[in-house]
Design a protein around this ligand. Structure first.
Ligand SMILES: *Cc1c(COP(=O)(O)O)cnc(C)c1O
Length: 399
């Protein structure tokens, strides 16, 4: 065993890559820079015309009537929970296989997150587990298009009839379902993050898409302190008067950021195709490699591949996931783990009494998953380095 491992960079061998490859990275071109510069030279650094323009363009890309820009993906989730009227005494069903913010937004509104387990093949929220968790207090369901793969919203609606469904689509902008409907239009409310590792970026930023004009209006008030007019509207009306009608927040997205978002959006179709190309390269390279399995992809969906997740068959390896992780990092491959199931975080354990055993499928997956680098700026040579390093490490650790 140690002989086979001698060549690994972890044990002093030569790494596959001299310079590390991150798991995700933004692409910013000169047109993006120019777009931001022109916003900076304009009269409006925030609440200006670029905000509305970005919302219109985003709604068009998502196939919805409304898009509401906010300052982060987390703010988008919070605004969506507010729009749904979620509050103390309510329960909201949520997947544990996500970034903590998906559940935190429920807690911000004073409600209780109820974790429902995922399907073992895709790690997407399992409709049968959702159905089993519904009580008279359930107010909504939060699904995540994990890794960029759209959930089966038809099955989720059947499992939770009459309940609003929120798609935390932070991974999945650019994807579509098996009927070619774009992500952003699949659930009643759909939230996005515009952080640099996500499909497009505004630095920090978020968006909510919906066809419901009342919810959109509520979220526009919510992102602006609960005030019914913004600075620009008051300037146009020549008025000082405003009323604060709700307890809102300052979750506005500056025009500087919206200018970048508008410019980034032009690239989305090509970037999604590039992510899918890299995924095809990985699929082919790992087909037949023992102990490594990519997650299943539902037939007919267009997967946006924010993440390319492999699952290790630890029974066939003489190493655990942690060792494989460190060995790949040592080879210069910026692997990551998405995610520690949310119900295992100390905050949730202490506040809500969650813990191991609550979502066994997610917990088992957590011990076996690795996210490989995937982003549109990666070259085929970068992807081949990832393949070489995975083969090198796995083959050295096979039983
Ligand atoms: C990134 C992400 C968020 C949070 O978005 P921020 O813009 O960082 O606040 C929420 N949910 C999921 C699934 C994410 O990937």
């Amino acid at each position: 065993m140690s002989g086979a491992r001698d060549g690994l960079a972890l044990y002093g061998g030569t790494p596959v890559r001299a310079s590390p490859l991150p798991y995700g990275h933004q692409t910013v071109d000169e047109e993006d820079v120019e777009a931001v510069a022109s916003a900076l030279r304009s009269d409006w650094l925030t609440t200006g015309p670029r905000g509305a323009e970005f919302e219109r363009a985003f709604a068009q890309a998502a196939g919805t009537r409304e898009a509401v820009a906010v300052s982060s993906g987390t703010a988008a989730l919070h605004a969506a929970m507010y729009a749904l009227g979620v509050g103390p005494g309510d329960e909201v069903i949520v997947t544990p296989m996500t970034f903590a913010a998906s559940a935190n937004a429920i807690v911000y509104q004073g409600a209780m997150p109820v974790f429902a387990d995922v399907r073992p093949d895709t790690l997407l929220l399992d409709p049968a587990r959702v159905q089993a968790k519904i009580t008279p207090r359930t107010r909504a369901v939060v699904a995540v298009d994990y890794a960029g793969q759209p959930c089966d919203y038809r099955a989720l609606r059947e499992a939770a009839p009459g309940l609003p469904i929120l798609d935390d689509a932070c991974h999945a902008l650019g994807g579509s379902d098996s009927e070619r409907r774009p992500v952003g239009s699949l659930a009643d409310l759909n939230t996005f993050s515009l952080h640099p590792v996500k499909p497009i970026t505004t630095g920090e930023g978020g968006m909510i898409t919906t066809d419901n004009a009342d919810w959109a209006a509520r979220m526009r008030v919510f992102r602006n302190h609960g005030i019914t007019s913004d600075h620009r509207q008051r300037q146009e009306q020549g008025s000082w008067f405003y009323e604060m009608v709700e307890l809102g927040y300052n979750y506005r997205l500056p025009d500087i950021a919206c200018a970048l978002g508008l410019s980034q959006l032009r690239h989305l179709p090509a970037w999604t195709r590039r992510r899918q190309e890299i995924a095809r390269l990985y699929d082919a390279a790992f087909d037949g490699l023992p102990a490594v399995r990519p997650l299943a992809v539902r037939p007919g969906v267009s997967h946006a591949y924010h993440l390319y997740v492999i699952r290790l068959d630890l029974a066939r390896l003489s190493a655990d996931r942690g060792t494989v992780f460190h060995a790949l990092r040592a080879e210069g491959i910026g692997v990551n783990v998405h995610y520690i199931p949310v119900h295992l975080h100390p905050f949730y354990r202490e506040r809500f009494g969650t813990g191991p055993g609550l979502c066994p499928v997610a917990e088992a997956a957590y011990g076996e998953i690795l996210s490989l680098p995937i982003f549109p700026g990666m070259s085929d040579a970068d992807a081949r380095d990832v393949v070489e390093a995975v083969h090198k490490v796995i083959e050295a650790c096979l039983r």
